[in-house]
Design a protein around this ligand. Structure first.
Ligand code: BTN
Length: 229
């Protein structure tokens, strides 16, 4: 496979690739070695020291939920293809290795564009305060990660799934996401208004999470933080 679709722009240091991406046109990819103001969901900080892989894709107005899913599938598959490592996709935007975060995705809509920001802990050092929650790939496999190679793989896979999205192959995308996902795990979900406990049961056609509580009630989760127990 070769990259046909994306124009990749490399930077040594930026505030945030998602911010930088705003001034680029559709099908650009902004990649940085370091971010000084990496952003996570809910206005959280995304630690972005040198060595990690930080990128943002600028895409045309398409379904943002699906694009987040495509981001997660692409990183999950690329890590498997290049390093033979299985990571788990957690709704809505994380990749985990043994319950620790390896990758986070922040999808933002800016007028007619969707920006999919992907942060992967590859060779960056995880701050002590986060060591029980996050891990870098180089620690797991005890080898330096080739960020360029991983990036190329991610973009190739992303491109393939974008075509599926254009062709409205929604269930194929959802099913591929589910293949390496956390579905079946016990979870606690904190939404803006409530906390739920149950089993991560399914993903619906709009990419929302369905959990099953202890009384077998199915609850649709539209937003929130999911903790895998
Ligand atoms: C999260 O898990 O809360 C999402 C984290 C997303 C981080 C990435 S790093 C590249 C892009 N630029 C940012 O500022 N954020 C995203």
């Amino acid at each position: 496979m070769t990259l046909k679709m994306f124009n990749v722009h490399y930077f040594e240091k930026v505030d945030s690739t998602n911010i930088k991406a705003k001034s680029f046109k559709e099908n650009s990819v902004i990649v940085a070695e370091e971010q000084t103001k990496g952003k996570g969901r809910f206005e959280r900080i995304w630690f972005s020291s040198k060595g990690g892989l930080y990128l943002s894709l600028v895409l045309g107005a398409k379904d943002a939920n699906y694009l987040t899913f495509i981001g997660a599938i692409s990183v999950n598959k690329a890590i498997k293809e290049v390093y033979g490592l299985n990571t788990t996709v957690k709704w809505p935007n994380d990749l985990l290795y043994k319950k620790k975060k390896v990758c986070g995705i922040l999808t933002e809509i800016k007028r007619d564009k969707v920006i999919v920001g992907i942060g992967i802990n590859t060779n960056n050092i995880i701050p002590k305060s986060l060591e029980n929650k996050a891990v870098s790939l180089n620690k797991i496999i005890d080898k330096k990660i080739d960020n360029k190679r991983l990036l190329t793989n991610i973009l190739e896979i992303f491109e393939y799934y974008l075509k599926l999205l254009e062709n409205k192959k929604y269930s194929k995308i959802i099913n591929d996401w589910k293949k390496n996902s956390f579905l079946g795990s016990k979870v606690k979900v904190k939404t803006l208004t409530k906390t739920y406990s149950g089993i991560a049961f399914d993903i619906d056609k709009d990419c929302f999470l369905i959990i099953k509580d202890k009384n077998n009630n199915k609850i649709k989760i539209l937003e929130g933080d999911v903790l895998v127990k």
